[in-house]
Design a protein around this ligand. Structure first.
Ligand SMILES: [Zn+2]
Ligand SMILES: [Zn+2]
Length: 292
């Protein structure tokens, strides 16, 4: 029998790693999610510090590795783990790094810059694995036989969200995205795209899983408009409109301890009316595995 689809969270923290006793339950590593498909396609979303542990576990899975690493964008919390991804030091492994690029800086340069000798002792070019780069823009691509939709999100400097469709299963990864609530869109002084929510709504419709940035409470969001992150309640509203029943809240604020996240989750569900209660919404934590 063919294996199913596995999603595993290796880093769920936003902005900066948060080691320490207050962060044990949800974890302190920054963004990294593993998606393993039945035909053994290995897709990795973001290379925050969580990718180090994932890399170590992949080294234990023995055989030669082929992996696709999809980057949402290049803020530190999404790329900083890349130099510590052990499979990239092993000859014979094949690693494809995918993401957007800017007119000024090409994708390979963006990543090799953070491994210049002033920052890190090993250069990207001297890694032993076969490392390739694949530039993506908004639209659609077939990667390793799998259909991927991409959309630029509302985030300073832009970020990219991914929708993976495998057979009838749809898994969506949207970190670092500010869903603009109605009260912001009415007076949009931001240089954000107002149609972003509609695009995401269209692409994620009926998805099996939505992983979404949920860094703030509604109250916190009021003083952080334009910072590029969403409130938990806005994510739930999007999920309801897109008829998504399983939502993993992701990119937790570094100042939110385990106790606080527990309380936020309970409060948010209470604030929303009963029609939201059918949504299986949970705060993603390090080590969490989901199967489809
Ligand atoms: Zn981030
Ligand atoms: Zn960011």
């Amino acid at each position: 029998m063919k294996a199913g689809i596995k999603v595993k969270f290796w880093g769920v923290r936003g902005s900066i790693p948060t080691p320490g006793i207050k962060y044990v339950k949800y974890g302190g590593n920054t963004s990294c999610v593993e998606l393993l498909l039945p035909d053994e396609q290995l897709f990795i979303f973001d290379a925050g510090t969580g990718i180090r542990e994932l890399g170590n576990s992949l080294c234990n899975r023995e055989k030669q590795l082929k992996a696709h690493i999809f980057l949402s964008h290049f803020h530190w919390d999404h790329i900083q783990g890349l130099p510590f991804f052990m499979p990239s030091y092993i000859k014979g492994n094949e690693i494809v790094i995918l993401g957007m690029e800017t007119q000024e800086v090409k994708l390979d340069k963006i990543l090799s810059n953070q491994m210049e000798s002033i920052y890190f002792p090993v250069k990207l070019q001297s890694l032993s694995a076969d490392i390739k780069f694949h530039v993506l823009s908004e639209g659609n691509a077939v990667i390793d036989g799998v259909n991927i939709d991409t959309v630029f999100t509302n985030h300073p400097g832009q970020s990219m969200g991914y929708v993976v469709t495998y057979g009838k299963t749809k898994i969506c990864y949207f970190t670092d995205n500010e869903i603009l609530p109605a009260w912001v869109t009415e007076d949009n002084k931001l240089k954000y795209r107002l149609d972003c929510r509609d695009k995401i709504l269209y692409l994620t419709k009926g998805a099996d899983l939505l992983i979404h940035d949920a860094q703030y409470t509604d109250e916190e969001y009021k003083s952080r408009v334009g910072w590029g992150h969403s409130s938990i309640c806005e994510v739930l509203r999007l999920a309801k409109d897109a008829k998504i029943n399983r939502v993993a809240l992701f990119h937790h604020d570094p100042d939110h301890s385990d106790d606080q996240i527990n309380i936020l989750m309970a409060n948010c569900k209470e604030q929303l009316d009963e029609s939201y209660h059918s949504i299986d919404c949970f705060a993603a934590h390090e080590g969490m595995e989901l199967h489809f």
